[in-house]
Structure formats: C-alpha cells, structure tokens
Design a protein around this ligand. Structure first.
Ligand code: CU
Length: 206
C-alpha cells in the first residue's frame, strides 16, 4: 500500500514544485480537504450510530466502529462523540471484539484498549489484550482507518483510549466493560439507555 502510494506522492511533490509560482493548486487542495475543520468526510460517509455496535458474522463476535473526532466535543478528542468515559461499551466475557477505528481528521489520534485506571497516565501503556490496538499508537494516525481484533477473555473495567501522549489524560477515552454477567453486548451513549447491538451489516443475498 505504502509502496504504491509513494510514486504518487513523489509525482505530486514534483508537480507542486513546478507550480511553485502559481497559487491556484493550493486552493484546489483546500477544497479536497473538505470543510473548515479539515475533516475528510468521505472516511465517515454513511456511518450512523447503529454502526458503532453491530453483531459480528460469527457467534459471540461483535463489531465496534469507533470514530475519533465524530463531533467537536472535547476539542475533537472524543470517540463517537463522547469523551471522559461518558460512553460505555459492555461486552460479555469471552466474545471476540472486532474494532474499526476511523480518524477523519488531520490531527493524529489512535485507539488502544487499556485498563480504565490507566487513562490517568500521561503516556498510556501497551494494549491490555493481545492485538487490542492500532500500530504506532503513540505516534497516532491521521486521516485513516484501521482494524484490529481481540478476545475479551478477562472481565474488568477498561477503556478504549487514544494513545497519543496526553490525549487520554485530557479525556480522549470511552469506557469498555468486559462483563461476566452480560448476556449480549450493549452500548450506552451518554445519558441514553444502553442499546443492544444492531444486526450484522448483511451483504446483499445472492
Ligand atoms: Cu487523541
């Protein structure tokens, strides 16, 4: 992917160099960046609250879509519009959790699962569960999407937190409870009642 991208980048850089004296291409770029906040809206096009929590294709599998900068809440340091643990996923212990992380903004953010208590640390630790985070979570990712999955094999209070230095400390995290008692996954957004997972987004039947 990166190798395929590099020639294009090199090409556009040389094009930019050639156009150095003409301001027009810069205006063009601004249009592509979409909107005053610089969000790439196409990365979240079609996503709704129902996508935040869906049943997976296999039994005891659940799909989470967790979007950084979903709203302007907490200066953009939110996931799905919530910060400081005000949204809460509850997942039954033993389920497989497939996470799609999306960041439509130019500001780097990341997503990892950590113990809830660790959201108070300046620099968050490594993911608590094996595979439970994006790569380079300290550096963060801007303008992009990344998928990871893990097995929720230990009950407890966790957080889906941004690993970029000081972000979790400033509220860039939401709650993740892994529960012995829960029979099915739920998501509570703010003061709303917890909702059950939406059905799997089904492919059109053949
Ligand atoms: Cu962040």
């Amino acid at each position: 992917m990166i190798q395929r991208f590099l020639p294009i980048l090199a090409l556009s850089l040389s094009a930019a160099a050639a156009d150095e004296k003409t301001p027009a291409p810069a205006a063009d770029h601004a249009d592509h960046a979409a909107g005053d906040s610089g969000l790439k809206k196409e990365l979240v096009a079609g996503l709704t609250e129902k996508d935040f929590l869906r049943l997976g294709d296999k039994p005891k599998t659940v799909k989470l879509t967790v979007v950084a900068v979903w709203t302007a809440e907490n200066y953009g340091m939110n996931f799905n519009g919530f910060a400081k643990g005000t949204a809460l996923y509850t997942i039954p212990k033993g389920w497989t959790v497939e996470v799609t992380y999306v960041n439509p903004s130019p500001i780097p953010h990341s997503l990892i699962v950590i113990e809830k208590a660790d959201t108070k640390k300046l620099q968050v630790p490594e993911p608590y569960f094996k595979g439970a985070g994006v790569p380079d979570h300290i550096k963060g990712l801007s303008y992009g999407t990344h998928q990871f999955s893990f097995t929720a094999d230990e009950a407890g209070e966790y957080a889906l937190a941004c690993g970029f230095p000081a972000h979790a400390l400033n509220g860039h995290w939401i709650g993740l409870d892994i529960s012995e008692d829960a029979k099915e996954p739920t998501l509570k957004l703010g003061e709303k009642e917890p909702v059950k997972a939406s059905p799997a987004a089904s492919a059109p039947s053949k």
